[in-house]
Structures are given as structure tokens and as C-alpha cells.
Design a protein around this ligand. Structure first.
Ligand SMILES: C[S@@+](CC[C@H](N)C(=O)[O-])C[C@H]1O[C@@H](n2cnc3c(N)ncnc32)[C@H](O)[C@@H]1O
Length: 318
């Protein structure tokens, strides 16, 4: 039953977006394969994928996986303890720029044209990480401030982009003056926050009237498909970074509550070519199902938000 929390501004029916925030997570390779195959079976009900031949093939995939359920490759599992995002990024910073990451590719392809149509000015790269968008903005003539809470990610960013003004801070309490920026970019970080109202209010505070915030995050429908940040810490602990499952309506409501108007909302699906989805075990046991499951699912949500002229910022100024 959906709980009635009764806290929405309009007394709306809401569900806890951060249901899994801070819980121990169990993952097993065989579960992912069964889930991908079942999802692909369901997609056959609404997409033209091959009729009965396609459905029978998916049922055969399920049967084959269950017939071999005891195999070590399918039983490979893990319990992921909750950890602060900063603990995970302290480790991840070492390899972040070197690993192929399809989510970053999707983010790059989706956000670049949105950012590129803005005239240069003062920009903030919020949760800048190793400075991917700081670099893009600086190359387009923006005066860039990059903010992140992870010293290790900032160290990487600073070594690559010495001309950018990087500052260590939480995106919900920005060390930036009110109404001082033309553009805020915040990519692939919001899932680590427990809710969106505070960060949206902070973005509205630092933007000039007429300024824009371009935000992106992994799409909640892709989070069960392997879209969670998991890291092995130096002491051997397996940890999952905070993971909120925000719905599109969560972004819309938080943005509107902060006074933004929504110019663009994109739910970008995983590309249909050139990818081997689900990892090597999925490729061995259910490659077609994995392909259908991923390419039918949005990987990224991106919004461009505009602070209307005449809007008065609320929240703490500096
Ligand atoms: C997946 S990385 C994305 C980095 C960069 N935006 C990009 O797209 O390449 C997420 C970043 O968010 C940062 N982060 C997470 N929670 C944060 C918070 N509350 N305040 C500031 N930074 C935060 C992490 O330290 C990390 O660098």
C-alpha cells in the first residue's frame, strides 16, 4: 500500500523517494539475469519484438538459467554496506577518469547541446567531480567555479584545470554569492542526496534572474539494472554509495517549489548499437534479453530549469 505521508505542499500522495537510502543491498548475478529476461519478456507485450517466437525464446532463457542455477557464475553475490558518498569517491577518484562508463557517455551526449546553446558568463559546476563539465564550460569561455565535497575528486580536477576556481563544499550550501551566476550544471550526483528540495533552492539562490540550471541524474528505471555506485574500500569492505530513487515528478516538484520553470526534460534511453549490455555473464546467458531490457529503458534524466526574471531567491545567502 502506498503510504500517505501528508507532507507534500499540496497534500499530495507521495512515496518515500529515499526508500533504499542507507540500507544494506544484496546483489547476485543470477538475479540480474532473471530480471533482465523477465523485463525483456514484458517488453514483448508492448513492442514489436517478434511475437511468439520472441516470447518463447525468453522463456527458454529463463528455463536455461534456472536449470543451471547452482553454477558459481550465477551465484556470485555480495552484500553492500551503506557508506557516505565521500568515502566511496575517495577511492573511485583514482580510476574515475580512466574507466569506460556508458552513463557518462550518455550524459555527455545529452547535456553538451543543452549547455552549448548558452552564451558564456559565470558558471558553477556543482558536484564537479574530476571536472568533466568544468572543462567543457571553461573551453566555451565561461568563468567557472567547481564545487565538490570530495577532496580526492577535487585534487584530480585541479591538476587538470589549474585555471578553474575549485572549492570544497556541499552542493546544498554553496560558497557562492546569491544571484551571482548565469548557469549551474549539476550532473550525475543528485542520487546521492536524500531529497531534492534543498539543492534546488540553493541553485535558485545562486542564479541571476533569467539564469538556468542544467541537471542530470541516472534514471530511476536504470538503477536496478546495475546503476548503483559500488566500491571496494581499502579495508576490503564492499560499500554502496547513497542511492535515492527519484521519480521524474520528484525533480519537477522540487524545481517548481524552488521557483524554476522547466524548459527541457529529457529521458535518454541507452543506445541501440555498439553496446554489450549486462556484463559478460548476461552476454553468455541472455544477450538478446539484455539488449532489449536496456535499450527499452531510459538511462538518464536531464532537465534545463530557468529562474524567471522577477523571481526572488529564498534560502541562506552568503
Ligand atoms: C558520479 S560523480 C559526477 C562528477 C561530475 N559531475 C561528472 O559528471 O563527471 C558524483 C560527484 O558528486 C559529488 N557529491 C556527492 N554528494 C555531494 C554533495 N552533497 N555535495 C557536493 N558534492 C557531492 C561526489 O563527490 C562526486 O564527485
Amino acid at each position: 500500500m502506498t503510504p500517505y505521508l501528508g507532507t507534500g505542499r499540496a497534500g499530495l500522495w507521495v512515496r518515500p523517494a529515499n526508500l533504499h537510502y542507507r540500507s544494506v543491498a544484496y546483489t547476485r548475478v543470477g538475479d540480474l539475469l532473471l530480471g533482465l529476461t523477465a523485463l525483456a519478456l514484458l517488453r514483448g507485450r508492448v513492442q514489436e519484438l517478434g511475437g511468439k517466437r520472441y516470447s518463447d525464446a525468453r522463456v527458454n532463457d529463463l528455463r536455461r538459467i534456472l536449470d543451471h542455477w547452482g553454477e558459481p557464475a550465477l551465484q556470485r553475490d555480495a552484500n553492500w554496506q551503506p557508506a557516505a558518498a565521500a568515502d566511496g569517491y575517495a577511492v573511485w577518484a583514482q580510476s574515475y577518469d580512466d574507466e569506460a562508463n556508458p552513463l557518462i557517455e550518455l550524459d555527455q551526449a545529452t547535456l553538451a547541446p543543452l549547455i552549448a546553446r548558452h552564451a558564456s558568463g559565470a558558471a558553477l559546476d556543482a558536484a564537479c567531480g574530476t571536472g568533466r563539465w568544468s572543462k567543457f564550460l571553461a573551453e566555451r569561455g565561461f568563468a567557472v567555479i567547481g564545487v565538490d565535497e570530495s577532496p580526492e575528486m577535487l585534487e584530480r580536477a585541479t591538476s587538470k584545470l589549474p585555471s578553474v576556481d575549485f572549492r570544497r563544499a556541499d552542493v546544498r550550501s554553496l560558497p557562492v554569492g546569491s544571484e551571482s551566476l548565469d548557469l549551474v550544471v549539476c550532473s550525475l550526483a543528485l542520487t546521492h542526496l536524500p531529497e531534492l528540495d534543498n539543492v534546488m533552492a540553493e541553485f535558485a539562490r545562486v542564479l541571476r534572474p533569467g539564469g538556468a540550471a542544467i541537471v542530470s541524474n541516472i534514471h530511476h528505471l536504470s538503477q536496478p539494472l546495475g546503476g548503483s555506485a559500488e566500491v571496494v574500500l581499502p579495508d576490503g569492505r564492499l560499500v554502496r554509495l547513497p542511492l535515492s530513487l527519484f521519480l521524474p515528478s520528484d525533480y519537477v516538484n522540487a524545481a517548481v517549489n524552488a521557483g524554476f520553470t522547466i524548459r527541457v526534460c529529457i529521458e535518454a534511453c541507452w543506445p541501440d548499437a555498439g553496446q554489450q549490455y549486462g556484463g559478460p555473464t548476461a552476454q553468455e546467458w541472455c544477450a538478446e534479453a539484455a539488449h532489449v531490457a536496456y535499450t527499452s529503458t531510459p538511462g538518464l534524466i536531464a532537465l534545463e530549469l530557468v529562474k524567471p526574471v522577477g523571481h526572488t531567491a529564498h534560502g541562506a545567502g552568503v
